[in-house]
Write a protein that binds this ligand. Structure first.
Ligand code: NDP
Length: 263
C-alpha cells in the first residue's frame, strides 16, 4: 500500500492503458480519479474499483477544454487537499498519409494529445506547486525538502514520437511534442521537488491497436525483439515506479516500454 490515500488523476482512464494505470494505483491504496469524455464509462470503471473495495471517483472531462479541466480539478480539491500524481494518458489517433491528411485530422490529434497535456499539466502543476511551497516552508527548518516528494507528473507519449511511422505524422508530432514538453516542464518544476517524466509505449494491446490487420500485426512482431505486443500492465508498472519514492531523483526522462522496438 505504498500509495495509501494518494490522489492520482489519470486522464483517459475509461478503458485501455489509462484504466489499467488507474486500477494499478488503486490496488496500491491510492484514490484513483477516473476521467474521460464518456461519463457512463467513467462511472462504470469507478464502480468496478469501488466494488472491489478500492478507492475511486469519476468525472466526465474533456482534456481539450481548459475551463472544463479547471472545473474538474476544483471539484477534486473540494474533497481532497491536493493532487499527488497526474498521469496524462488521454490520446487518440487519426491516421492518414501526409498528402491525404485533412486539417481536421491534424488538428484533432494535436488538440487531444498535446493541448490536452498542456491543459491538465498547467492546472494541476499550480495545485502541486502550492503544496510544494507549504512542504518546502515546513521542511526548511529540517534542512530542505527531499527531491521528488512534492508531486509527480507522468506523460504518456509513444515510441512513434521517437521513431516515427508512415501514416501517423500528426500522432508522431503530438507524441514527440510531449517529450519536449516533459523536459521543459521538468526543468520548471524541479526546484520544488516535482518530477515530470514521460513513458513511451510501443504496440500495446488495447482498442487503439485492435484495428490492426493480421498482416500488419505479423510484420510488427518481426520488429519487436521481445516477440510480443505489450500489455497495459507493462505500461502501468513503469508509471507506478515513476510515482514511487524510489524514482524521486528521476526527472525529464522518457522511458520506452516497447519490447525493444526502438533499440
Ligand atoms: P484507448 O483508445 O483504448 O483509450 C483512450 C482513452 O482516452 C479513453 O479513455 C478515452 O475516453 C480517452 N480520451 C480520448 N479523447 C479524450 C479527451 N478529449 N478528453 C478526455 N479523455 C479522452 O487508447 P489506449 O489505452 O491504447 O492509449 C492510451 C494512451 O497511450 C494514449 O495517449 C495513446 O496515444 C498511448 N499509446 C498507446 C499505445 C498502444 O499501442 N495502445 C502505444 C503508445 C502510446 P473517452 O472516449 O471516454 O473520452
Amino acid at each position: 500500500m505504498k500509495f495509501k490515500d494518494k490522489v492520482v488523476v489519470v486522464t483517459g482512464s475509461t478503458r485501455g492503458i489509462g484504466r489499467e494505470i488507474a486500477s494499478t494505483f488503486a490496488r496500491q491504496g491510492a484514490v484513483a480519479i477516473i476521467l474521460g469524455r464518456n461519463a457512463a464509462a467513467a462511472a462504470e470503471v469507478c464502480n468496478d474499483l469501488v466494488q472491489k473495495g478500492l478507492k475511486a471517483e469519476n468525472f466526465a472531462c474533456d482534456v481539450t477544454n481548459l475551463a472544463n479541466v479547471q472545473e474538474i480539478v476544483n471539484k477534486i480539491l473540494d474533497k481532497h487537499k491536493s493532487i499527488d500524481i497526474l498521469v496524462n494518458n488521454a490520446g487518440i489517433t487519426k491516421d492518414n498519409l501526409l498528402v491525404r491528411m485533412s486539417e481536421n485530422e491534424w488538428d484533432e490529434v494535436i488538440q487531444v494529445n498535446l493541448r490536452g497535456v498542456f491543459n491538465c499539466t498547467k492546472v494541476v502543476a499550480r495545485v502541486m506547486l502550492k503544496v510544494a511551497v507549504k512542504h518546502a516552508d515546513a521542511a526548511a527548518d529540517l534542512g530542505g525538502l527531499p527531491a521528488g516528494q512534492a508531486g509527480r507528473i507522468i506523460n504518456i507519449s509513444s515510441i512513434i514520437g521517437i521513431i516515427g511511422n508512415a501514416g501517423q505524422a500528426n500522432y508522431a508530432a503530438s507524441k514527440a511534442g510531449i517529450i519536449g514538453f516533459t523536459k521543459a516542464v521538468a526543468r520548471e518544476l524541479a526546484s520544488r521537488g516535482i518530477t515530470v517524466n514521460a513513458v513511451a509505449p510501443g504496440y500495446i494491446q488495447t482498442d487503439m491497436t485492435a484495428r490492426l490487420k493480421e498482416s500488419a500485426r505479423t510484420q510488427l512482431l518481426e520488429n519487436i525483439p521481445l516477440g510480443r505486443l505489450g500489455t497495459a500492465e507493462d505500461v502501468a508498472g513503469v508509471c507506478l515506479f515513476l510515482a514511487s519514492p524510489q524514482a524521486g531523483y528521476i526527472t525529464g526522462q522518457t522511458f520506452c516500454v516497447d519490447g525493444g522496438m526502438a533499440i
